[in-house]
Design a protein around this ligand. Structure first.
Ligand code: ADP
Ligand code: MG
Length: 332
């Protein structure tokens, strides 16, 4: 409930649209969804808090995009097809310019993925955006096709999609820690403020990847979740991570005056990348590349899973890197 005028007008104007797939959308006590026969629902929530996840003056359309993108990224990591989402919104005041921008960015990304806004809640308070997404995963012969964190096996290859480190570079620039040339800042900001969830890649990797996670807190930290739940370890060739993963911003980071050490930190532990990290048996290398082509998303092989617990990083000469990289943790 939003105090003052217009809670229901606000919902009607900015967040109510006819539904194409959902049985019932905004306007009743519950929305109704009908998952296709032979599928399971995949469900995930992500919250964005002002001052914590975004700056107060961020472009509202970009914020609308990001709020849904981070949720779609979780569906991607499970190999789920997006169906619908709900939006719980806490707003300090009714600012129509802000609402128009926010809903435009949000609903444009929703339309691009056929993911319908079917309900939510609206209240007055500090700016806070919580989205819950619902997706669909097939069940084949009684077995869920969802990609889990727990399936990595010794001998599997480790991959990551796209590039890493750009979002962190933008964050450093916005904090004033570094000055970037305008073209580079614009490119990095796009990755920070309007990330691309790898939805097509996640679905293409069903039946191929043995484990998957989306990279939100930093590659190493997120990979450790796979290792823990899979009871395995991994060895990463960081020169591959730099050469294969970071080619686009390798030079960008160098231009910004960051040395190799700093570049590696951003790539391995930068956070906010929303790429997919995943594992697959060595016998599936061709299938992984075919999935990547089908999804129009580059993937790079950066290491392997081994039985020995822990995460080891090798430099270009194959020597062990001793330095530890800390990924993001809200309470650490
Ligand atoms: P209730 O009081 O039953 O929780 P509300 O009055 O909060 O219902 O909301 C009325 C309708 O508007 C519901 O269908 C709800 O899902 C929807 N709704 C509320 N806020 C939003 C929002 N920010 N975006 C989309 N739908 C919303
Ligand atoms: Mg309500």
């Amino acid at each position: 409930m939003l105090c003052g005028m217009g809670e229901f007008d606000l919902i009607a104007r900015y967040f109510t649209r006819p539904t194409a797939h959902a049985v019932l959308g905004v306007g009743d006590d519950c929305a109704l969804l009908q998952p296709a026969p032979g599928t399971q629902l995949a469900i995930s929530s992500d919250m964005l808090v002002e001052g914590r996840h975004f700056f107060a003056d961020v472009d509202p359309a970009a914020l609308g995009h990001k709020a849904l993108a981070v949720n779609l990224s979780d569906l991607a990591a499970c190999g789920a097809k997006p169906l619908a989402f709900t939006l719980a919104l806490s707003l300090p005041r009714v600012d129509e310019t802000w609402l128009a921008g926010f809903s435009k960015g949000l609903l444009a990304l929703a339309d691009a993925h056929g993911c319908e806004l079917v309900g939510g809640d609206t209240t007055q308070g500090p700016l806070n955006i919580c989205i819950t997404v619902f997706g669909e995963v097939p069940v084949v012969s009684g077995k869920s096709q969802a990609l889990l964190r727990s399936g990595a096996k010794p001998g599997d290859d480790v991959y990551v999609s796209g590039t890493l480190g750009d979002a962190r570079l933008a964050l450093e620039a916005l904090r004033g820690a570094v000055t970037l040339p305008p073209d580079l800042l614009a490119q990095a900001r796009l990755r920070l403020e309007q990330p691309t969830p790898r939805v097509a890649l996640g679905q293409a990797l069903r039946g191929i990847a043995s484990a998957a996670i989306d990279v939100s807190d930093g590659l190493l930290g997120d990979l450790r979740h796979i290792l823990r739940t899979s009871s395995a370890g991994a060895t990463l060739e960081t020169s591959n991570a730099i050469n294969l993963v970071a080619t686009s911003q390798d030079t960008a980071l160098a231009r910004a005056g960051f040395d190799t050490e700093k570049q590696l930190e951003f790539v391995l532990a930068g956070g906010d990348d929303y790429e997919l990290a995943f594992t697959a048996p060595a016998s599936a290398r061709d299938a992984v590349q075919a999935a990547a082509r089908q999804a129009h998303t580059a993937v790079s092989r950066i290491g392997r899973i081994d039985a020995n617990p822990g995460l080891r990083l090798l430099d270009a000469a194959g020597a062990l890197i001793e330095r530890r990289y800390a990924s993001f943790d809200h309470f650490a």
